[in-house]
Design a protein around this ligand. Structure first.
Ligand SMILES: [Zn+2]
Length: 215
C-alpha cells in the first residue's frame, strides 16, 4: 500500500494532541493516539485488550508485541488507507524497530518522524506554575493567568493550591524521563534520515503551519 505514515514526537506539554488534530484534518490522515487505542481495546474487551489488561492489573508494562499488534490492527482499517499519524507510539527504540519490521512485511515504511521541539524552560512554563482554587476549582497560572491577589481566587476568594503534577520539580523530572527514553528514538530516525524537527514554540496555529510545511 502506498500511503504516508507519520510519527509525531514531542515532550509532554509540546501540544501533540492539538497539533495532531489540526494536521490530520488538513492532510487527511487518520490520527492514531495510542492512549485511545488502549482505552478502546480495554472497553471493548478485545483479545489484545484482555491480554494487555493482565499486565496493567499487575502494574507491569504491556509488552511491546501486544502494543504493536494493537497498532497494526488499527492501521489496517480503511480510514488509514490514505495515510496516518501515530501519536504516543513508538515511545522507545525497541518499539520503533519492531514497528519498522512489522511495516516492512507489508512492504511499507515510516515516511517521517515529526519532532515538535520545545525547550525545557518552555515546557516548565506551560505545565508548571498551574494553581487551582480549593473551593471552585478555577485554574490559574503564575505567568499567563495570575490572580489579582496572590494565592487567592478572583471568583470566590478561596485559597489556591498546586497539585503535585503541576509543581516545577515534578514537571522537570517527567521531562528527564521523557528525554532519556526518547533520545535513542530521535537519534534512530535521524540516522535513517527520517527525522523532521519543527520549532514547537509559539501559538499552536503557527506550529501547525511549520508542521504542514514538512508533511
Ligand atoms: Zn474559587
Amino acid at each position: 500500500m502506498d500511503r504516508a505514515i507519520y510519527i509525531l514526537l514531542g515532550a509532554p506539554g509540546a501540544g501533540k494532541g492539538t497539533l495532531a488534530a489540526i494536521i490530520s484534518k488538513e492532510v487527511d490522515l487518520a490520527h492514531i493516539a495510542s492512549g485511545d487505542l488502549f482505552r478502546e481495546a480495554l472497553s471493548k474487551g478485545t483479545d489484545l485488550g484482555v491480554e494487555a489488561k493482565k499486565y496493567m492489573d499487575k502494574g507491569e508494562l504491556v509488552p511491546d508485541q501486544i502494543t504493536i499488534n494493537m497498532i497494526l490492527d488499527r492501521i489496517a482499517r480503511p480510514d488509514c488507507d490514505k495515510g496516518l499519524l501515530l501519536d504516543g507510539f513508538p515511545r522507545t527504540l525497541e518499539q520503533a524497530k519492531a514497528l519498522d519490521e512489522a511495516l516492512a512485511k507489508n512492504g511499507e515504511n515510516v515516511t517521517k518522524a515529526l519532532l515538535i521541539d520545545v525547550s525545557t524552560e518552555e515546557v516548565v512554563r506551560r505545565l508548571g506554575g498551574r494553581w487551582i482554587c480549593r473551593d471552585c476549582q478555577t485554574p490559574y497560572h503564575e505567568v499567563t493567568m495570575r490572580p489579582k491577589v496572590e494565592g487567592t481566587c478572583d471568583k470566590c476568594g478561596g485559597q489556591l493550591y498546586q497539585r503535585d503534577d503541576d509543581k516545577e520539580s515534578t514537571v522537570r523530572s517527567r521531562l528527564e524521563v521523557y528525554t532519556k527514553q526518547t533520545k535513542p528514538l530521535i537519534d534512530y530516525y535521524g540516522k535513517i534520515d527520517k527525522l523532521a524537527k519543527v520549532n514547537g514554540e509559539g501559538e499552536s496555529e503557527e506550529v501547525a503551519k511549520r508542521l504542514l510545511a514538512v508533511v
